[in-house]
Design a protein around this ligand. Structure first.
Ligand code: DX5
Ligand code: ZN
Length: 219
């Protein structure tokens, strides 16, 4: 069954610790953490100090999405801060293989991500190494955008490829997921569903329960 990974980009940072606790109390196991550098994407979010801080109080699996240019420069720092998985963008690395290998050398899971306009061919050489493929369903940089439906075709292709070639990666989708399109997302074959706005707007516990309910029914 697909898992929900709430994105803290949409959290209220004044109450971040308490909001993460609420997620844990509602059986959430993964936390999606969006790091943006203002270069690879137009926006700047947060970095290692925030991860270090929330790691002290949380045992959730930290799924760290690096929207930064040349992430190879910071792998050790993110490992030390408490990441469990580091996802890098195929568009942002000079040497993708070396970047993924260095993530693994830190004993972390490694993910590869591709933007909506990037073709699936770009990630094919790295699929045997990847523990996760993150399909961007919006242009990265901001929460609260609309899911681009064509990106679900990539999920279907990745699912087929995994079956045909015996790869082990999980497939994650990120951006614009809400209760209204969850069914379509689950049917496409996604393993991990990132949701920011849909989880953190309003009652977090109720949102998480409702989204998990739809996932259960759709699976
Ligand atoms: C976008 C980020 C997403 C974003 C999702 O660049 O990678 O993780 O926080 O937010 P929503 O669910 O609001 O589209
Ligand atoms: Zn993300």
């Amino acid at each position: 069954m697909s898992q929900l990974a709430p994105s803290i980009l949409a959290a209220d940072f004044n109450h971040l610790g308490r909001q993460i606790q609420q997620l844990e109390q509602n059986q959430i196991k993964l936390l999606h953490i969006d790091v943006m550098d203002g270069v690879f994407v137009p926006s700047i979010s947060f970095g290692m100090p925030l991860i270090t801080s929330i790691r002290k109080e949380s045992r959730l699996f930290f799924d760290v999405h690096l929207m930064i240019q040349e992430p190879i420069r910071y792998i050790k720092e993110f490992a030390e801060a408490g990441a469990d998985l580091l996802t890098v963008h195929v568009e942002a690395c000079k040497d993708v293989t070396e970047t993924l290998k260095q993530v693994k050398m830190q004993n972390l899971k490694c993910g590869i991500s591709l933007n909506p306009e990037t073709s699936i061919e770009r990630v094919l050489p790295y699929l045997d190494l990847a523990d996760l493929v993150l399909v961007m369903s919006v242009h990265p940089g901001f929460g609260g955008q609309k899911l681009i439906p064509e990106t679900l075709d990539k999920v279907r292709i990745l699912k087929e490829l995994r079956k045909d070639k015996g790869y082990h990666y999980q497939i994650e989708i990120d951006g614009g997921v809400h209760q209204g399109n969850l069914q379509a997302v689950v049917s496409a074959g996604v393993d991990i569903i990132v949701a920011g706005t849909a989880v953190f707007s309003g009652d977090i516990a109720e949102n998480a329960r409702k989204i998990k309910g739809v996932i259960e029914n759709a699976s």
